[in-house]
Design a protein around this ligand. Structure first.
Ligand SMILES: [Zn+2]
Ligand SMILES: [Zn+2]
Length: 292
């Protein structure tokens, strides 16, 4: 099994940190969890044709987690080495996924009409098969099992999901966006790798800027994420989706110092194209720098 964190960012536009998107490659499948800004460009950087994605799962519908969906659908339908989808894309997400896919069909129609007239694409490749997500096992084939579990991303983002991936006796858990969640801790027991989000702002920022408080209320603090890691004790603890809220945003070192108050083992901060490779050992490297 190979996991590539295609995007590790937030809604804040950043060329180095695209929106959240994670590629799972195992048992002959290519599955994306979330499709934030730039996911198609990141796939191209590691030579994975967007048309080869079998399924896209969504954690929740904040823009930084699904903005690339139209790109995946339209670009993947083009019969080129980097596109070439041969079957309908399956999309699984929380309540609201139907609204997204209905809008998607209308949104893609202008492109579709041109390409049909040019006999360029099979219009069915623009059609997606949507499924509403419930907590539990959502995929199980060839020893690859994916389980969705509810997390706590605030009162108006319900339900929001994290994912656990089990393959060949090894396991990977991604929190996606959440506050401290007991349900996550339950579902992440025994996980080899735990990737978690984190957020921080200075007390003065929270005091003076009510919007920063609203944002932080949807996320977990560094001390709390350390408590989550301490209870799971993964072989590899990784942070992604760093919400370091300005003005006067705290730095990564400062954030890690606080994680260290409640977790004494090593923590890795993910960047776009960080790979987690599961084999006899679990290894991590940067996908782009080590490519061919
Ligand atoms: Zn997010
Ligand atoms: Zn979110």
């Amino acid at each position: 099994m190979k996991i590539t964190l295609l995007g590790t960012g937030t809604p804040q536009p950043d060329i180095h940190k695209f929106g959240t998107s994670t590629l799972i490659e195992a048992a002959g499948f290519r599955i994306l969890v979330d499709a934030g800004r730039g996911a198609v460009a990141r796939l191209a950087q590691i030579d994975v044709p967007v048309g080869s994605i079998d399924m896209v799962l969504f954690s929740h519908f904040h823009s930084d987690h699904y903005a690339a969906l139209p790109d995946i659908v339209m670009t993947g339908a083009i019969p080129a080495s980097w596109g070439g989808r041969k079957k309908r894309l399956k999309i699984v997400g929380p309540e609201g996924v139907q609204r997204v896919t209905e809008g998607l069909w209308a949104f893609t129609s202008a492109d579709r009409d041109i390409r049909i007239a040019d006999r360029e694409i099979d219009p069915e490749m623009h059609r997606v098969e949507a499924e509403v997500l419930q907590e539990g096992v959502i995929f199980e084939q060839n020893d690859l099992k994916i389980t969705a579990f509810e997390v706590d991303h605030g009162d108006f983002v319900k339900p929001a999901f994290g994912y656990r991936v089990d393959y060949a006796g090894q396991s990977f858990v991604h929190s996606h966006d959440t506050r401290y969640s007991e349900n996550l801790i339950r579902h992440a027991q025994g996980a080899d790798v735990l990737v978690h989000e984190v957020a921080m702002a200075r007390p003065k920022t929270l005091e003076r800027h009510p919007h920063s408080r609203t944002v932080l209320e949807h996320h977990i603090t560094p001390v709390e994420v350390g408590r989550v890691f301490s209870q799971i004790k993964p072989k590899l603890a990784m942070l992604t989706h760093l919400v370091l809220k300005g003005p006067d945003a705290p730095g990564i070192d400062e954030m890690l110092e606080e994680v260290g108050q409640s977790y004494a083992m090593p923590v890795i901060v993910a960047r776009d194209l960080t790979v987690i490779r599961f084999g006899a050992a679990i290894s991590t490297y940067s996908g782009e720098t080590l490519r061919g």
